[in-house]
Design a protein around this ligand. Structure first.
Ligand SMILES: C[S@@+](CC[C@H](N)C(=O)[O-])C[C@H]1O[C@@H](n2cnc3c(N)ncnc32)[C@H](O)[C@@H]1O
Length: 358
């Protein structure tokens, strides 16, 4: 191919790209509108009311009509809300109602948008970190990243953790039923820890995270769920959490965030019983870049740029595996730490679940 062929602009392709970009700008702004609709109760009211005019929705939510009307039109243009031109009324189709208002559904989306918007809101400080080459720790993020992360992951854990992922591990469920000691490392606000504690009342759970603020929230969540007698939350880095003789150590979407995942893996190895199990849940990824060039990979590489990679770079070693590390790189870390058995135990379109044994 000649240089001219590389540099010659095809006007049709140019316009196609510009129009695609218009859609992307609308989608970028829609993250703020979805969070607005969630926090102002607009989706919830729409789901409960059925078709309404803007002034009816305004009255139901106590929000000024002019804001509501403009928001509804943006939502209708993006196909999040449907519009009836004959009546001037707006409604949520049942699928959108489920995805935008039913927190018990695996398809629940508001946390995903809150996490995305929180990441964008923190991006000026992340850009400064990128300029100077330093990291940006998880503890430095605003509440929308921390709460959005919890709300984003929880529906997937509700749908899969007890029914699919733990049963995919060799002999783990029977140990949990009899009474096991479990460490949930990098537990954040503790959704996974609390879910396991609710399902296995004979077992004892210790959730740890290096971020003191997340641990305080996790304690509150455990108290709200009335499992605080069997769940303990402690502030500790993954390479230094206390105790030993664990039957099960879990890590949910956090190994790749750590600066020194190998150091953490060695600590897990030392803290497990000889027949213990380490469950590692990671974002779904193929090993090669080209395998991740799809919508899920796009979202994960973007989160990885703004959240996971800076988080790892902010810590000692700064290995920065990235959210799209993939099985081969995770296996390298696990086996380098002395684990002799490693396998992919389960997967979803969004997660890989690995089992590692000493
Ligand atoms: C993406 S969040 C996942 C939180 C939680 N596991 C969940 O699934 O909701 C990553 C978590 O890893 C924690 N983390 C990062 N580096 C850590 C380290 N070195 N030791 C312990 N926790 C760490 C962060 O504080 C954060 O809570």
């Amino acid at each position: 191919m000649s240089i001219d062929q590389h540099t010659e602009v095809d006007p049709d392709k140019l316009m196609q790209f510009v129009f695609r970009a218009v859609g992307e700008v609308g989608a970028t702004l829609n993250a703020a509108l979805v969070v607005m609709g969630d926090k102002l109760g607009l989706y919830q009211a729409l789901a409960e009311s059925g078709p309404v005019t803007p002034d009816q929705l305004a009255a139901r939510t106590g929000t000024p009509e002019r804001y509501v009307r403009e928001w509804l039109n943006a939502q209708a243009a993006g196909d999040f809300v449907s519009y009836e031109p004959e009546t001037g009324r707006y409604f949520l189709p049942p699928e959108q109602a489920m995805a935008l208002t039913d927190a018990s559904s695996p398809a629940y989306l508001p946390g995903f948008f809150q996490l995305a918007l929180g990441s964008v809101m923190d991006s000026p400080r992340i850009m400064e970190a990128a300029r100077s080459g330093i990291g940006f720790g998880w503890h430095e993020h605003g509440t929308d990243v921390l709460d959005g992360c919890e709300r984003f992951f929880r529906p997937g854990y509700n749908a899969n953790l007890i029914s699919q992922w733990l049963p995919a591990l060799d002999g783990v469920v029977s140990k949990l039923e009899r009474g096991a000691l479990v460490a949930d490392v990098g537990c954040g606000h503790g959704s996974s820890t609390i879910l396991m504690a609710q399902a296995f009342p004979a077992s004892t759970f210790v959730g740890t995270d290096y971020h003191e603020g997340s641990i305080q929230t996790a304690r509150q969540r455990a108290s709200d769920a009335a499992v605080d007698g069997r769940v303990r939350f402690e502030t500790a880095a993954a390479s230094a959490y206390a105790g030993g003789g664990y039957d099960l150590v879990t890590m949910f979407d956090c190994l790749h965030d750590m600066g020194d995942p190998l150091g953490a893996a060695r600590h897990v190895r030392g803290s497990l019983k000889p027949d213990g199990t380490w469950m590692i849940v990671e974002p779904y990824a193929e090993d090669r870049v080209e395998g991740n060039l799809n919508p899920v990979g796009r979202a994960y590489y973007a989160f990885s740029t703004l959240l996971c990679t800076p988080a790892s770079l902010s810590q000692e070693v700064g290995l920065a595996l990235g959210a799209q590390a993939g099985e081969a790189r995770i296996k390298d870390v696990v086996t380098a730490a002395g684990f002799t058995r490693f396998r992919r135990a389960a997967q979803t379109p969004f997660n890989l679940v690995f089992e590692a044994r000493p």
